[in-house]
Design a protein around this ligand. Structure first.
Ligand code: ATP
Ligand code: MG
Length: 279
């Protein structure tokens, strides 16, 4: 299990109505990486995340956190949730305090930290997420994008080892979506393992270091994005597309504009640099 912060073995989960949402899932998530769980609607991304933080208990299979099997007694779950924070897809269900500051302070105070230490964490989370100016406002008065930033701040203030964002850019405009992804990049650069779910292949391709593809609750593929996204047919079977940048690269390569053996680029600039005669 070297280097993996989470390992899942043969995980299956059925909802009470009988829907089999995860089926025999086995995978590993490397520590300190930016990880994207990619899948079409209903493929099991949210269910997987709820299993990871112990909100749902799988009917079969095991989850290991740093090599230690996840247990479901109250003490183990509290410990797990102080180390693994989830930002839910809909920030409305996450925010409940009467001011942004109280919202962000709730987690650290609830961890039983001394007030001084809790305040340091609150300041840190407000500054990192750019929500310091909003600290006196009521969360329900904020715009959707601001609510999302505050939801991230409230989880960050717990200083989790793993930050999970369930569709972190859903319903955000381009500017706010970019800001959230940059923020998740910065958090990852500080050493936190960051896991997101998305059905946006372009987003996963440009942001992630490791990609996990789900289809109908099963693992279809996993590995570095340059590798996973080469398999166009597999992605189509999962109801996903190939990233636009990769499509362009393959097209230009097929037409002889790019040297054989060139590695797939991750940015438009890198693609331009591969063009024959380009600089
Ligand atoms: N509370 C529930 N009761 C019954 N079935 C559920 C429940 N929640 C989810 N499901 C079903 O489980 C399957 C996986 O759902 P899940 O929400 O994990 O998918 P997802 O990949 O997160 O989808 P999306 O991209 O739409 O958020 C779907 O078939 C869904 O209908
Ligand atoms: Mg979901």
């Amino acid at each position: 299990m070297d280097g993996n912060i989470i390992e899942i073995r043969d995980l299956s989960y059925s909802y009470p109505d009988g829907t089999l949402a995860l089926q025999g899932l086995s995978l590993a998530m490397p520590e300190g990486k930016r990880i994207a769980v990619l899948g079409a609607n209903g493929s099991g991304k949210t269910t997987l995340f709820l299993c990871l933080n112990g909100l749902l208990r799988p009917r079969q299979g095991k989850i290991f956190y740093r090599g230690e099997e996840l247990r479901y007694d109250k003490k183990s779950l509290l410990r797990l949730r102080s180390r693994l924070g989830i930002v839910f897809q809909d920030p409305e269900i996450q925010l409940f305090a009467s001011s942004v500051r109280q919202e962000v302070a709730f987690g650290p105070l609830n961890l039983g930290l001394e007030e001084r230490e809790a305040l340091v964490r609150v300041e840190e989370a407000l500054c990192l997420t750019g929500t310091k100016d909003l600290e006196q406002k009521a969360p329900h008065m904020l715009s959707y994008g601001q609510k999302k930033q505050v939801a991230i701040a409230s989880v960050l203030a717990m200083r989790p080892e793993i930050l999970i964002g369930d569709e972190p850019t859903a319903w955000l405009d381009r500017q706010h979506a970019c800001r959230v992804m940059e923020l998740l990049h910065e958090i990852s650069a500080k050493g936190t393992t960051v896991i997101i779910s998305t059905h946006d292949a372009d987003l996963a391709y440009s942001w992630a270091e490791e990609v996990i593809v789900l289809q109908k609750g099963k693992l279809l593929s996993s590995g570095p994005p340059e590798h996973v996204f080469q398999a166009g047919e597999m992605l189509a079977a999962a109801g996903l597309g190939q990233p636009l940048l990769l499509q362009l690269f393959l097209l230009l390569k097929g037409k002889g504009y790019i040297l054989e053996g060139a590695a797939a680029p991750r940015t438009p600039e890198a693609l331009a640099g591969l063009l024959k005669g380009g600089s």
